[in-house]
Design a protein around this ligand. Structure first.
Ligand code: NAD
Length: 461
């Protein structure tokens, strides 16, 4: 085991040095092939436990360690899951000594990869530390605090030669992948406009009673648990698209962002902020101390992005109001469009003139979703069944693990992650400046021109 690890570091260090001499930092995958991936998890809260479960289910993954300062809930719950899966035969190390203990976990020489599912403000710090320790990180989604963070991810990855995997699970949603298939087969003609977003009533996530994950009270911060403990504070202090990746990641794949295309600029506007205060006053009473809190986050934030190849992308962030869940997808080309809401599709020459058709379900014979079901889903639907978010979470871990085993580049890489993360601080800046245009950095430093698409090109992983 130790030999594997040393070879990995040696290999990547040599590759890193050689590449920077040659000024070709794009080759970020210098790992040897592996049969088993040894994983450490940083953050085993609600999301981390989902990843832990998927790792424990796989024969090609060995969970070596977990790290989380929450010894009341997150760690005991994870310990139980591990005991059930490994039947007490294997001991998994625990790093629970405060916020910085992940650094001790990263000193181990028997971990290949780490999965980071912590509060947003930790993602970059922990991913950078993991790369510096020679471990390849898979990082959960969020938006960055500032643009510098995005550069730090890219620069560290290029410098160390350690690749970063962006855990954008919606890229693997079954209908999204079927639509990607439609796009690649030219069903909609040439794409011109795309929409996506995070439209999710999070009021029960942003507030709880400190005893349960969702709802039951209007506390946030130290009196609350899970996301209400940290996420809600972002709504107090920030006004921007705080969660851009679920909407942007999937449509970015459809127009080859960072691979022949790139995001150029954005402008954002926000509505007034009403929903969170109203929720507190309605549920906790207007005299509850939290009813005095002023939330900066506008209830609906709308961002318009222009791409190099002439498409527009509209993102919405809508998490403070009563509403059914929808990621608001719309994928429109010169020949037709798909819209997530109302399950609607229109293709010129196929659909009855001026009438929506149903895109349908993969198990409905001859529906669009059946005909264009992505080969990955056709192949792995059974393996994915029961995994989080309708199975798509299985594909995220599968892609991460298979890439490490095969020594192939990640399908969602550090340039993707940096680009998506950057939307948050840029949208904040745009709103603060009354909607002024912000330019989106080219994190690939020009390599987007020649980089080729890699995401889900076949039914392999
Ligand atoms: N992709 C998705 O569908 C999806 C869904 C939910 C959450 N998420 C993302 O996953 C991440 C975690 O969210 P969550 O819902 O699990 O939140 P959570 O609050 O339930 O879990 C976060 C865990 O991180 C731990 N933690 C805090 N600081 C730490 C540190 N310094 N070192 C190690 N552990 C630390 C906390 O104790 C907690 O147990 C967030 O980025 C969130 O946006 C993604």
């Amino acid at each position: 085991m130790k030999t594997h690890r040393r070879t990995f570091i040696k290999h990547t260090a040599v590759a890193g040095a050689g590449l920077s001499l040659l000024n070709i930092p794009a080759r970020l995958f210098a790992q040897q092939k592996k049969e088993k991936v040894r994983v450490g998890l940083i953050g085993v809260g609600a999301r981390g436990q989902g990843h832990l479960n998927l790792c424990l289910r796989r024969r090609d993954v060995e969970v070596i360690a977990i790290c989380d300062p929450d010894t009341k809930w997150a760690v005991p719950k994870s310990r139980d899951m591990i005991a059930k899966a490994y039947g007490g035969k294997k001991k998994v190390a625990e790093y629970t000594n405060g916020d910085e203990d992940f650094r001790n976990m990263l000193k181990r020489d028997d971990i290949d990869a780490v999965i980071i599912a912590t509060p947003w403000e930790w993602h970059t710090i922990q991913a950078v530390a993991a790369m510096r320790a020679g471990k390849t990180p898979a990082v959960e989604v969020c938006g960055a605090s500032d643009i510098q963070e995005c550069w730090e991810l890219v620069n560290t990855s290029e410098e160390t030669g350690i690749p970063v995997f962006g855990m954008e699970n919606v890229c693997y949603r079954r209908d999204v992948m079927a639509v990607l298939n439609m796009v690649r087969q030219g069903l909609f003609g040439e794409l011109i406009h795309l929409q996506g977003g995070y439209q999710h009533d999070l009021r029960g996530v942003k507030f709880n009673n400190g005893q349960q994950l969702y709802g039951g009270g209007v506390e946030f911060g130290e009196k609350a648990m899970s996301e209400a403990k940290w996420r809600t504070n972002h709504s107090v202090h920030r006004n921007g698209d705080l969660y851009p990746t679920h909407g942007l990641g999937p449509v970015a794949n459809m127009i080859n962002i960072n691979r022949g295309n790139r995001l150029i600029s954005l402008t954002s506007v926000a509505t007034k902020s009403r929903g969170l205060h109203k929720y507190i006053a309605d549920k906790g009473g207007k005299d509850h101390p939290n009813a005095k809190v002023e939330f900066k986050l506008g209830d609906i934030v709308t961002t318009l992005i222009k791409t190099n190849n002439g498409e527009t992308i509209m993102l919405s962030h809508d998490t403070n109001s009563p509403r059914p869940y929808s990621l608001n997808f719309r994928v429109q080309g010169t020949n037709g469009l798909w819209m997530d809401d109302m399950d609607s599709i229109y293709v010129e020459g196929k659909s009855p003139y001026d009438q929506w058709e149903k895109a349908g379900q993969p198990d409905q014979a001859d529906s669009y979703m059946n005909r264009y079901d992505h080969p990955l889903w056709k192949r792995y639907a059974n393996d994915a069944s029961g995994a989080g978010h309708g199975g798509m979470d299985w594909f995220v871990i599968n892609s991460f693990v298979e890439s490490i085993k095969r020594g192939t580049p990640y399908a969602l890489d550090v340039y993707d992650l940096a680009t998506w993360y950057a939307i948050t601080p840029l949208s904040e800046q745009s709103i603060a400046e009354g909607g002024n245009v912000q330019y989106i950095p080219d994190f690939t430093r020009g390599k987007w021109i020649n980089r080729q698409p890699v995401f889900a090109l076949n039914g392999e992983y």
